[in-house]
Ligand binder design. Structure first.
Ligand SMILES: [Zn+2]
Length: 174
């Protein structure tokens, strides 16, 4: 069975294999059409069930390059939000230190040596918290990268397998 579509109205059409090369009139719009030779991509084609030849390259594209960078940001949105929040938290904590320092230096009536000790302690504390947050966010980012790479590898294996299957079916047809 040859599947093709009207060049004028895009109506999906079918013809027997032996009809290849004959001229037919489109039953919908009357356009004179040359029945194309049988296309060996019919399996990929019939899955779409749309009967439109233009769907073949689209399907091939989605198999081959489905892992383009365009559709990546939408994957793992929670993890991405988490990474952003962690970085924002690190900045906020870093910004809090001078504020607390000023508050301790001006606002309390303890001895200068105690103030310096508290301020230094806060500096170390903030530094460690920020380090920990950035470590977690880098860890999460690394997991995302691994997941992305794994998915891309899986997609290319699937694309390769389906291409092999198509080739095997072509051989069977011949
Ligand atoms: Zn037509």
């Amino acid at each position: 069975m040859i599947r093709f579509s009207c060049s004028a109205c895009r109506k999906p059409l079918e013809a027997e294999d032996r009809g290849a090369g004959r001229t037919v009139a489109c039953p919908k719009c009357g356009q004179q059409l040359l029945v194309p030779p049988p296309i060996r991509k019919e399996t990929a084609f019939s899955e779409t069930d749309g009967g439109d030849l233009s769907e073949i390259p689209q399907k091939t594209r989605s198999l081959g390059r489905g892992s383009s960078r365009h559709d990546k940001p939408s994957k793992y949105p929670v993890a991405r939000i988490l990474i952003t929040l962690q970085r924002v938290a690190a900045i906020v904590i870093a910004a809090l230190w001078p504020i607390e320092t000023i508050y301790i230096a001006v606002g309390t009536d303890s001895k200068p040596i105690e103030k310096i000790a508290v301020i230094f302690g806060l500096l170390v504390g903030h530094f460690l918290i920020i380090l920990w947050i950035l470590f977690l966010s880098e860890l999460l980012q690394a997991f995302l990268d691994i997941a992305k790479n794994t998915q891309e590898t899986a997609e290319s294996i699937i694309a390769l397998a389906s291409r092999r299957r198509e080739m095997a079916e072509e051989e069977q047809d011949d």
